[in-house]
Design a protein. Structure first.
Lengths: 432, 432
């Protein structure tokens, strides 16, 4: 039908659909993932839609046109120096697949760059594809690989590293990198998007602008997540990588600092970091940067609920887990039926740490009998460490060769800012 | 020493402690849990403190007095009619045990009543101890017992029922009662305290006032949790029992409606319900009240994290679990390594439902390949049902004899308000 009117990419079409609906828009090229049963039309509002060919009753070419894909900008590099953008996949690097209607990872960092040419005003950018996965498929061995790549980039002299990442597990990865990158002298900023980059409502461009601004210009170092602070487009919150959580399935401001405030805010108008709310480590303030990237997957996160039996704890011990993080109730409790299994696990040298499923607030196990019983057994209260961060920390410590005694000592300590209101301990090399 | 000055209960004393500190207050009777190394003094501000006898250097009786424990008020019952307060334990019914410093459950509902005589202005109260446990030890079989007791009270004609409950698992219990009490014609209000009743900062009295107000006077029915809305003392939020979560370990406003607003607010000044924010079912609007209180514990809640293997799913199936609620990432995902185990569980007739560890927002599994793969396998997306509510609902449906097909149909449906923005389905008797 398109051939019959000699429609070509870039033409402005009027489509008549079955049922009387008419659609005006520009015919777009077909992406790799599209099938031949659909065509893609860019509407006047910038939104691309896929239309099933069988629904089209008539086509008129209203205006001939051409389509030129945008190219990476070679704009002037005013400031900041070099920033490396690593792509790992996720919505920020995705387009709608009009064949299935689902979102698929296809954009490379250089394509992202080309879609946000203002990035060139902030820093000279290099881009590299590290993985191309949806973040629910992120694994501890990929954290390892990512930490090593960041380590090389730091040693190569980049002023900052931006990691484009799926939002599902971005906060687990930020915790993993926080532990693995010791004495990090530059900012490493994870960034994602809640809406895919080809949607007009996408937050990809603004989040990226915020992340690159921090990577290039911030006077602090460490691992952060940069995402929308609220629903408006002009403020990006920069969360500590160990105090942040995805607290909404779909909103652009899904990420929130928990038991903490954001380390900084980036106001996009003017591209300036306007306020350091907390006191993160200073850029270049660290000596002895090192990458400790090994993670041991024998740590498990168990969320307690009424009716849970201790059997699951017994089983985890039996199949070789070496650390169990409990997500207890309230100040850090689990029901009596679990106590025997917990005591027996600790007797066998399995570390048991307590966090709270309340998420906000601090574990305090001295207030009630239950907590005191658990403390006596050797359960270690993990302060206000988020459950997600605690299980990552346990995998990391085990990966560094931590013994049971090391775990008991180090898990509740503030090593990377994961415990609020406590001094950072300096981590002795070779200690664990 | 007390004998030497003939001090007796109710006397106003001046105590001189080692180190020069002087304390003025009223000598209080010794509670059951106190030991003979301490005395209890009520300070001018109403706060009771325990003082180690060995710290006391001198005692002067400044004024003789008497102590009369307060009795349940026989004040005029202006309104509301009869409300039953059931005690189950928890901080709201607790005192500091000065022997161990821990908080122990000791207060009966009638003691609670006597400590808040204003309750008598709201309604004629009956009180009864049902359990005396810390709520982390709440179990599905106790939900059953509680539902049956509430059922009898409803049939006995109480205008409303208040359940004093520990806060740790209060939201699991409120969900359980919401499902078990079908076509409930009156309000059932769970209430707790974040600070024990003998502390000056206790929220016990104000929360109880709010709960009794709703039970006696509200024009709506259903199961609710009544707790402080904020840090001030004058507004109690009344949360739907299936849309509420404890989101802080210690704050008085720990409970929050998630993906929903509170059903009502009680302004304590004037003891009035001032606003129905949502539209809860009307009091006495239901026919056919029935108690369906059986819960089957073969439902398990699994929180996903990167690095989790499918082994745990296999094991739960092997030991006989019939429903697994996944707390996935983002819109409802888990990593690829779990997919095989999930598929195999479903093939064996185990129900697998998906919720989100984001907690806020709705599961939507059609957006990404991972979600679509899981849907194809037969994983059921559970809308915006909280993970905690989903596992309780699964236990309840299984307890009602639900088959796999019933679970697939009913778990994502809105049976008690647990799904936002969807019509309530009428539950056919004997359907499951």
């Amino acid at each position: 039908m398109l051939e019959s009117v000699k429609a070509s990419i870039g033409d402005h079409l009027l489509l008549k659909l079955k049922g009387g609906l008419e659609i005006r828009g520009t015919l777009m090229p077909r992406y790799g993932y599209a099938d031949d049963r659909h065509i893609t039309i860019k509407l006047g509002n910038g939104y691309n839609i896929g239309i099933l060919v069988s629904r089209i009753e008539g086509v008129t070419v209203e205006k001939r046109g051409t389509f030129e894909p945008s190219k990476p900008s070679e704009a002037s590099f005013k400031s900041g120096g070099e920033v490396l953008i690593l792509g790992t996949g996720g919505t920020i690097a995705s387009r709608i697949d009009y064949r299935t209607g689902a979102v698929t990872s296809v954009l490379t960092p250089s394509e992202l760059y080309s879609s946000v040419p203002e990035l060139g005003d902030i820093a000279k950018l290099d881009t590299e594809v590290l993985f191309n996965i949806l973040s629910e498929n992120m694994t501890p061995s990929r954290w390892d690989e990512m930490a090593k790549r960041v380590g090389r980039a730091v040693k190569d002299g980049y002023r900052g590293i931006v990691i484009a990442h799926g939002t599902d597990t971005m906060h687990y990865t930020s915790a993993a990198l926080s532990f693995a990158l010791e004495n990090l002298p530059v900012p490493v900023v994870l960034v994602g998007a809640q809406r895919s980059s080809d949607r007009p409502s996408s937050d990809a461009a603004t989040n990226l602008l915020g992340a690159v601004t921090v990577a290039a210009m911030a006077d602090f170092s460490g691992v952060y997540i940069a995402m929308h602070k609220g629903l408006s487009d002009d403020v990006i919150a920069v969360h500590s990588g160990v105090k942040v959580r995805k607290n909404h399935t779909s909103r652009r401001d899904a990420f929130q600092s928990v038991n903490s405030r954001p380390a900084a805010l980036v106001h996009l108008k003017g591209l300036r970091i306007i306020k350091n709310l907390e006191l993160p480590p200073r850029r270049d303030g660290h000596q002895d940067f090192s990458v400790k990237s090994n993670f041991d997957e024998r740590a498990f996160l168990v969320k307690y609920f009424p009716g849970m039996s201790g059997e699951i704890i017994d089983h985890l011990v039996e199949i070789g887990y070496r650390a169990i993080i409990l997500e207890g109730t309230g100040l850090g409790h689990v029901g009596k039926p679990l106590h025997e299994s917990i005591g027996s696990a600790i007797d066998k040298g399995v570390f048991i740490g307590m966090t709270s499923q309340c998420l906000w607030g601090r574990v305090r196990m001295t207030v009630y009998d239950t907590g005191r019983d658990l403390l006596r057994m050797g359960v270690i209260p993990l302060e206000d460490i988020l459950p997600e961060v605690a299980v990552v920390k346990a995998m990391w410590l085990l990966g560094q060769g931590a013994t049971f005694e090391d775990m008991v000592k180090l898990m509740p300590m503030n090593m990377r800012g994961e415990v609020s209101g406590r001094s950072l301990i300096s981590y002795e090399h070779g200690r664990t």
